[in-house]
Design a protein around this ligand. Structure first.
Ligand code: PLP
Length: 384
């Protein structure tokens, strides 16, 4: 295989070819980022509409080789749903929800896992493992099944029961652990070292970011290549935040969006686990581990994200910020939008709505802004 992309380290100046099963930089331990030799022509924008409505319509932007078939369940091209009631209530020009609950397996984890499993299987992986707060495990189980590979998933005992159940529905082996996702990560890495299984935990391999990058490509296409002013993203490991930051950068460089199109990225966390918010408030360049992570929004329960420094860089470079909301506020917002608008909001999506309301009340998100809010996963998976 000849790759027309390389890996560059996000922490030092190391570079690496893309073959084999890349993990993190062997020099400094930071995550790799994919750098392509190709730069898709703006003329390609017009051809997209005729392609199937999945994230693979952007294949020129993605880590696939000519003629290669991705491992896919039809992920991506989720609807962007306008919320006029919230626009009126908050005095904003436009509020859109990117409804990621409509992906295969009910969350946006499908995007990253489709890309990661595609590359790993092409490189010979036949067995996978991951720690999860719930949705990543369900997605890996499904994409592993699709690829004919074996999957083991490590999840905290506090994970919502439906999510745990879905792991088994897709034929994967579930290991329930005491503690949080960091504890599960240690167990998953130990098992990988012992058996040769490939660990696709957040940012420990470079391709989940590329899958999540399609969030940014889709928002651009769905908004007619005019990016919004602000994007609110419920943040755990930060794959999507980093992915969108990378997508917008690549789109600007290739001339697909204006040089001035620079959405402010807002990281939304729960007050019970907010390492990114604490780092932003301290003007720090790395996150420090959060001691006792507790929140009903299990996707946000990531106390020590590997991509902390990268997330903080994405927030700084886009003029963004980070904000924490309480579990009461995020659950109330999710319930209100689900009942009032018909969207199956997860608690993480509820956090993004509550954060939008808080930031627009203080003026941090100005009147007349065009805003995109993420509903990252389906609410039904959290209800028992
Ligand atoms: C994983 C997850 C998140 C956090 O996503 P990251 O890209 O890891 O920050 C948010 N919401 C849901 C529903 C998730 O499953």
């Amino acid at each position: 295989m000849t790759f027309d992309w390389r890996l560059t380290c996000s922490g030092c100046d190391a570079e690496s070819p893309a073959d084999g099963l890349p993990t993190v930089c062997d020099r400094c331990g930071a995550p790799w980022l994919v750098r392509y030799a190709r730069r898709p022509e703006p003329a390609l924008r017009a051809a997209l509409a005729a392609r199937p409505a999945t994230m693979w319509r952007y294949r020129e932007w993605l880590p696939v080789l000519p003629g290669e078939e991705p491992v896919t369940l039809g992920e991506g091209m989720t609807p962007l749903v306008r919320l006029r009631s919230l626009e009126r209530a908050l005095g904003l020009a436009e509020v859109w929800i990117k409804d990621e609950s409509q992906n295969p397996t009910g969350s946006f984890k499908a995007r990253g896992m489709a890309a990661a499993v595609t590359r790993a299987v092409a490189a010979g992986a036949r067995r996978f493992t991951t720690p999860t707060a719930g949705n990543a495990g369900v997605a890996l189980a499904a994409y592993g099944a699709r690829a004919g590979a074996a999957v083991r998933v490590y999840a905290p005992r506090t994970t919502p029961p439906r999510l745990l159940e879905q792991v088994g529905v897709h034929g994967a082996e579930l290991q329930v652990q005491d503690g949080h996702i960091g504890d599960c990560g240690r167990a998953s890495r130990a098992w990988a070292a012992e058996t040769g299984a490939f660990d696709v935990s957040t940012l420990r391999e470079p391709y989940r970011i590329e899958g999540k990058k399609t969030l940014g490509l889709e928002i651009a296409e769905q908004m007619g290549w005019a990016l919004p002013d602000v994007i609110l993203y419920p943040t755990g490991g930060g794959t999507g935040l980093i992915g969108m930051w990378k997508a917008f950068d690549e789109l600007r460089r290739a001339g697909w969006v204006a040089e001035t199109a620079r959405p402010r990225l807002v990281s939304v966390q729960a007050t019970g686990c907010a390492p990114v918010v604490r780092a932003v408030e301290a003007a720090a360049t790395t996150t420090e581990p959060w001691a006792d992570p507790v929140t009903a929004a299990s996707g946000l329960r990531v106390p020590a994200p590997l991509g902390g420094a990268l997330m903080l860089r994405a927030l700084r470079e886009t003029g963004g910020t980070a904000v924490a909301v309480s579990d009461d506020a995020l659950l109330e917002a999710a319930g209100r939008v689900a009942a009032g608008e018909g969207l199956d909001m997860g608690p993480e999506g509820g956090a993004a709505i509550a954060a939008l309301e808080a930031l627009s009340r203080t003026g941090a998100i100005g009147a007349r802004s065009r805003v995109v809010v993420f509903n990252t996963g389906a609410g039904w998976l959290y209800r028992s």
